[in-house]
Every structure is written in C-alpha cells, then in structure tokens.
Design a protein around this ligand. Structure first.
Ligand code: B12
Length: 301
C-alpha cells in the first residue's frame, strides 16, 4: 500500500526544511526516501517526516548533514549503493569534453536506469551544462566543445520531450527564450518538466521575437506564455517590447538567470516570477493555473 501522502511543499511547511534541501539530502544521502506519484512527484510518508525532523535537529546542533543522515540510520557509508548523480555528472562532463558521445550515452543510460527522469534532468543534465558553459566562459574549452556538449544535452532533452508524449487535452503553454537569447537549455528543461506534468507544451526555443510570440498566442490560446531570459540584456529586450506582452495569455511567466538575480524585474516586464529552479517553478505553476482557471482538469499531478 502506498505510504507517501505529503507533497514536498507540505513537508517543507511541516519541517521547516526547504524543498531544495530535501531533494539534496535524498540525492546525496538517500534519506528521506519519498515514493513517486504516477506523474513523478515526490510523496513523503510519516516516517520520512520523522527522519527529516531528526536530521534537521542534528544539523541545528552543528552535526554535518552527511553524518546526521548516517545517524538516522538509512545510509551507512560502508554500504555500496547506486552511484550518486554527482559522480555521474563528473563522468558525463569528462565524456563530453573528450567529444566521446558513446561514453556519454553509457553514462546517461546508467542514470536513467537508476533515477527518475526529473532527477536526471535537474541533477545531471542541468549541472553538466552549467559546468560546460562555465568552462567555455572561462576559456578552458573552445566553442566547438561547448556546441558539441550543448547539442548532446539538447538532443537528450528533446528525446525526453517526445517520449513524454503530447497531451492535446492539457492546458497549452508556450515556452520560448527572450529575443537574442541563445541560452536554450533552461527553457528546454522547463518544457520537459511541464510536458511530464500533462501540459500541452509548445517549445519554441532560442531567440524568439516577441511580436511573433504574440501572434502565435492569438492562434493557440495557451493558458500561459513562459519566457526564459538568461541575461540582463535579455530582460531589457523584453522590457522594450512589453507592450506586445500585455494580455498575451492569462498567465505570463518569466524566469531564467536574468530574473533569478532580481525577481522584481518580472513585474517591470508585466509578468510573474515563480522560482529560480525549474522544478520549484513548475510546482508553483500548477497552483497558479488552478487559481487562474479554477479547475484542475487536464493537469495531471
Ligand atoms: C551554458 C551557458 C552558455 C551557452 C548556452 C548554450 C545553450 N545553447 O543553451 C553558450 C556558451 C552558448 C553561452 C553563451 C553566452 N553566454 Co552564457 N551561460 C551559460 C551558463 C554557464 C549555463 C546556462 C545553462 O545552460 N544552464 C542550465 C539550465 C538548465 O539552467 P538555467 O538556464 O538556469 O534554467 C533553469 C532555471 O533558471 C529555470 N528557468 C530558466 N528559464 C526559465 C523560464 C521560466 C518562465 C521559468 C519559470 C523558469 C526558468 O528553470 C531552468 C531549469 O531548472 C550560464 C551561467 C549559469 N551558471 O547559469 C551562462 C550565462 C547565462 N551566460 C552569460 C553570458 C554573458 C553569455 C554570452 C553573452 C557570452 C558572450 N560573451 O558571448 C553569450 C550569450 C549568447 C546569447 N546571445 O544568448 C551570462 C549572463 C550574464 C548576465 N547576468 O547578463 C551567464 C550568467 C554567465 C556569467 N556569469 O556571466 N552561454
């Protein structure tokens, strides 16, 4: 019988431990061990909540989280478990820097065997891209290596989009990047998470002119237009075109690094900011859609 009954937000409220930390503990130490709902969301049991409170009490007393998790007794360090995603991340970065896509495929296959899709996307693909992008920004790897890696991760994410299937009866959401913004992967991660939650996602991708986006929204009538801006420049491009964004859809949601660094910018553009991480943003988005549309129909949770 399923024991999981609390969502991550409810557990955050009950224990005072932020959702991001809960996911980190699970990933790194194997505690807590939430079940997954049909659509992949974490559901925590009463035992999980007790464990989390116990770990928190130790951490508040100055015990490192890794040690606290051991004390709670579920993750003896001398026991060999599946390789954590942070280990797989290092190996995937190395494979991509070596331009060895066969090796990369094997690492990704291992990750998919061991972990749910959401974890692979958020805790493997996302940090791998940040690391490779940073190596490029710092001049450590050249543009061909960065393009090879971006294109590899892009392909994997698009594959997950197709495998998740299109839900023609789900609420429509357009996901695009701000004008002149080539940082496509954050938007693509968001699109995968939304599609796996049952939305009808139209992924447009990099460098999207706002006027064209408004035209498209008039045709497909989505519940939301979601725009990713990875830099301040991208936020400014949106600000300059904000009159085209007014009333574009019942919800205009803005995110990405350009807003994460100062969420108040979203209001200046006329949209809503939800969260810095795609996973948290999608969780909040469900509530927003429900408040706006007043029904849960067609949003699988
Ligand atoms: C990879 C990368 C690149 C790659 C992009 C590859 C690609 N095809 O996407 C390349 C090498 C091409 C690149 C180019 C440039 N980059 Co760059 N890049 C990065 C890097 C390292 C990682 C971005 C990434 O892919 N993250 C992984 C994704 C999955 O995460 P994410 O984008 O944060 O998205 C998540 C959340 O933010 C959220 N989210 C994202 N969008 C949205 C939207 C909505 C609606 C919601 C709800 C949520 C949401 O959900 C996502 C999933 O969790 C960042 C630094 C960083 N640490 O973020 C710099 C960074 C974004 N780049 C930067 C810059 C300056 C550039 C260049 C201008 C550099 C140059 N001199 O040419 C060019 C710009 C090109 C252009 N016109 O856009 C700056 C921006 C600075 C600023 N604040 O203005 C950053 C922050 C680096 C830095 N610290 O200086 N870059």
């Amino acid at each position: 019988m399923a024991r999981g009954k609390y969502t991550v937000n409810e557990v955050e409220e009950r224990t005072g431990v932020p959702a991001t930390t809960l996911r980190q503990w699970e990933r790194r130490y194997g505690v807590p061990k939430p079940e997954r709902s049909e659509s992949g969301y974490r559901l925590y049991s009463d035992d999980d909540v007790t464990d989390i409170k116990a770990i928190k009490a130790h951490v508040d007393d100055g015990v490192p989280a890794s040690r606290a998790a051991q004390i709670v007794g579920r993750n003896p360090s001398d026991q060999r478990g599946p390789r954590p995603l942070c280990d797989l991340k290092g190996e995937l970065v190395a494979a991509l820097v070596d331009l060895d896509d066969g090796h990369a495929d094997r690492v990704v296959a291992e990750a998919h065997t061991l972990y749910p899709v959401e974890d692979v996307v958020i805790d493997l693909f996302q940090p791998v891209m940040v690391e490779l992008g940073t190596l490029w920004h710092d001049g450590v790897v050249n543009t061909t290596t960065e393009h090879f890696a971006s294109s590899y991760i892009n392909g994997r994410l698009r594959q997950l989009m197709s495998l998740s299937g299109s839900n023609r009866s789900g609420h429509g959401v357009i996901v695009a990047c701000a004008p002149h913004d080539q940082h496509e992967l954050g938007a693509l991660v968001l699109a995968v998470l939304l599609r796996r939650s049952g939305y009808q996602v139209y992924f447009i991708g990099a460098n999207t002119p706002v006027e064209d986006l408004a035209d498209m929204a008039r045709t497909v009538r989505p519940v939301a237009v979601m725009i990713s801006a990875s830099s301040i420049d991208s936020v400014h491009h949106l600000m300059n075109k904000r009159n085209h964004l007014q009333g574009i859809a019942p919800l205009l949601v803005l995110g990405g690094n350009g807003f994460n660094t100062d969420p108040r910018r979203a209001e200046l553009v006329g949209g809503r900011y939800l969260a810095a991480s795609g996973a948290d943003a999608v969780e909040r988005f469900h509530d927003l859609v429900r408040e706006t549309i007043g029904t849960e129909a067609a949003v699988r949770r």
